[in-house]
Design a protein around this ligand. Structure first.
Ligand code: ASP
Length: 323
């Protein structure tokens, strides 16, 4: 009897200790790895989300940029990090294309991470350097076809959204272009503004300010329909039927992260998405908030799995690989 009571007391003690540990989480800053350069489209969303989640968690989330190889370097880094809730990954659609694009990948998207929740879906824009003389998508595409040896298409490396969009563009146009990879479209945008590369497909979270400020020429959006932020830009599908790309983003923890920590992060993510500061910034940048069912660990995992299956045959057909 006495032993039983002692055992029960010990169990209650453990539960309380675990509860206290979770209540204390986070006890130190959480690192959010962005697998692209600072100042780009993923970075801006990650920083805004980190700020809003920090308010919810009464702690701080610090963004660390680990760009290169289309996002696979940063993702691999988080796959090997401790699952203690203090290292997270904020990544996009590239998580689903990398397994088909890379012959050697040092992480498994579905096995090495626990999705916390999906956050936003970001449309892309087809933009060109300021010196471009064409004024509409039809003329730009005709110019690209006629000058394919001269045109440089910038991207953020094999596996990035700009790479995927560029692949689809070249395939839809049946035209091969020279591609120039950067560690993110932040630096690629600097090159475009300087006229050092010719065209780029990039997310509205990086291009809105430049387009509205008249710094780059914009020709089309990659969403099915026109975007409220750019009523003058046609969907690229009006020239290239069926063309559509949306760049979804998920926050991940490494595998082995305790379930209660994941649950706490999931609640913080859901509340952060409703934060008026976050919502206003996403609206300004043309990012669409994910539906509530995808703002969950299970919903985000379903999305990731479905996207891996969706892109595999498309990439296999395009015969594009990286080592
Ligand atoms: N998301 C990348 C970045 O933040 C760009 C891309 O994927 O094309 O730079």
């Amino acid at each position: 009897m006495f032993t039983k009571i002692t055992r029960v007391a010990a169990m209650v003690g453990c539960a309380l200790a675990a509860g206290t540990a979770l209540a204390a989480y986070p006890e130190k800053p959480i690192t959010v790895v962005v697998p692209f350069a600072a100042g780009g489209p993923t970075d801006v969303v990650a920083r805004t989300l980190s700020q809003a989640m920090g308010t919810q968690l009464k702690g701080s989330l610090i963004v660390e940029n680990a760009g290169g190889a289309g996002g696979t370097i940063g993702a691999g880094k988080v796959a090997r990090a401790a699952g203690d809730g203090y290292t997270l990954l904020f990544h996009h659609i590239g998580m689903s294309t990398a397994p088909s694009l890379y012959r050697k990948l040092d992480f498994k998207p579905l096995d090495d991470f626990i999705p916390i929740g999906a956050v936003v879906d970001v449309p892309m824009t087809l933009i060109a350097k300021p010196q471009t003389t064409q004024t509409n998508a039809k003329d730009l595409l005709a110019y690209i076809r006629a000058n394919k040896e001269k045109i440089n298409l910038a991207n953020a490396g094999v596996g990035s959204a700009s790479h995927l969009c560029g692949l689809l563009l070249q395939s839809a146009m049946k035209t091969d272009l020279t591609t120039v990879p950067f560690s993110g479209t932040g630096p690629a945008m600097t090159a475009l503004l300087g006229g050092n590369v010719d065209i780029m497909c990039d997310q509205t979270t990086n291009t809105t300010g430049q387009i509205k400020g008249g710094k780059v020429k914009a020709f089309a959006v990659t969403s099915k329909n026109k975007l409220a932020n750019f009523p003058d830009l046609p969907p690229l599908a009006s020239e290239l039927p069926g063309f559509e790309v949306g760049v979804w983003h998920i926050l991940y923890a490494p595998k082995n992260t305790p379930a209660d920590v994941v649950a706490k992060l999931q609640s913080a993510l859901q509340a952060a998405i409703k934060d008026p500061m976050f919502a206003a910034k996403m609206k300004e940048l043309g990012a669409e908030i994910m539906s509530a069912d995808r703002q969950t660990s299970a919903g985000a995992k379903t999305l990731l799995a479905a996207e891996i299956s969706k892109w595999a045959p498309i990439i296999q057909a395009a015969k594009v690989y990286a080592d």
